[in-house]
Design a protein around this ligand. Structure first.
Ligand code: AMP
Ligand code: ZN
Ligand code: FE
Ligand code: FE
Length: 287
């Protein structure tokens, strides 16, 4: 029997992916997926285009975004799934996050300028149609031959310890989860075990966010091992939370990660989507 597969974590040119939202929908269909979510960083600019294309291809589409937030152990990402079509509150919230990104981008370009690399903000801005970040600056550094690849752009310049590193101003994770819950979206912790953290930390973090309306954990992700998935599933079960999964596909910005199948061994069954939808229906939320 052919299983129905889904991907609830992808990026487009609205943030730091390289497929346009419509291309992404076509790619998801070509990969044989039944449903996918577009979850660009701090923006919903790509959702309408992706949704229209998905609809014309008979693909189920979930409106989403990925919000960069802070925890007591550094940056954590919160996915908002089933975003309402219209939410002035969310629009304003994301607008502020992008303004913080833009101020930070200016500071990064200033640091680069101090070290003899002159990049104009406009050159960076035209690389994304929504939310601009370090990957866009990295792409410019690569294109100009200043660094050989993305990895070096981050290790030498943009990453922590790099010569032009500037921290990103981000909201507290609890605040982002609360807002998403209040507007009727499903807040999910993205790639919960992507970075090493002290033992037991994730459980405490989840306990904290559960009080704010957290709905699920991303159990399956291109960079998580089966052992990590199991650990995440156990925590989700303990707190009666849902399970989500996605490739975190970014196109050419993350080589080796395919839409739907990740590094080749990702296969997220549509039952996960059904269960997340069931949780929403039980609370009277639209799916
Ligand atoms: P920003 O949100 O602007 O801070 O950029 C963060 C994004 O940069 C992440 O989502 C990754 O996609 C990318 N990134 C971070 N570190 C690296 C790295 N060492 N190599 C390549 N890409 C990276
Ligand atoms: Zn990204
Ligand atoms: Fe992320
Ligand atoms: Fe992501």
């Amino acid at each position: 029997m052919v299983h129905k597969l889904i991907d609830l974590h992808t990026h487009s040119t609205a943030s730091d992916g390289t497929d346009t939202p419509a291309q992404l929908a076509r790619r998801a269909a070509a990969a044989g997926l039944n449903a996918f979510a577009l979850t660009d960083h701090d923006t919903i600019a790509g959702l309408d285009e992706a949704e229209a294309e998905a609809r014309s291809l008979g693909l189920e589409f979930v409106r989403g975004c990925e919000i960069s937030t802070m925890s007591d152990q550094g940056e954590m990402h919160i996915l908002g799934l089933w975003l309402p079509e219209k939410s002035p509150r969310l629009d304003e919230y994301l607008r502020q996050l992008r303004a913080g990104r833009n101020r930070r981008n200016e500071l990064i370009l200033e640091k680069l300028r101090d070290q003899g690399i002159h990049i104009n903000m406009d050159e960076i801005r035209q690389r994304a149609c929504g939310s601009v970040g370090r990957p866009h600056i990295a792409a410019e550094l690569v294109e100009r031959g200043i660094v050989p690849d993305f990895k070096t752009a981050f290790s030498n310049w943009l990453g922590r310890g790099g010569k032009a590193h500037v921290p990103k101003p981000v909201p507290d994770a609890r605040e982002a989860v609360r807002l998403l819950a209040e507007i009727g979206a499903s807040p999910v912790i993205a790639h919960p075990l992507l970075r090493p953290r002290p033992a037991g930390w994730l459980r405490a973090f989840v306990a904290d966010l559960a009080k704010e309306g957290l709905d699920g954990l991303e159990a399956w992700h291109s960079a998580q091992t089966p052992g990590q998935s199991l650990e995440i599933i156990n925590i989700a079960n303990e707190f009666r939370l849902g399970l989500s999964g996605g490739s975190d596909y970014h196109g050419a910005a993350k080589p080796g990660i395919s839409c739907g199948s990740g590094r080749g061994n990702l296969a997220i069954g549509a039952e996960a989507l059904d269960k997340l939808k069931e949780r929403r229906r039980a609370r009277g939320l639209p799916v």
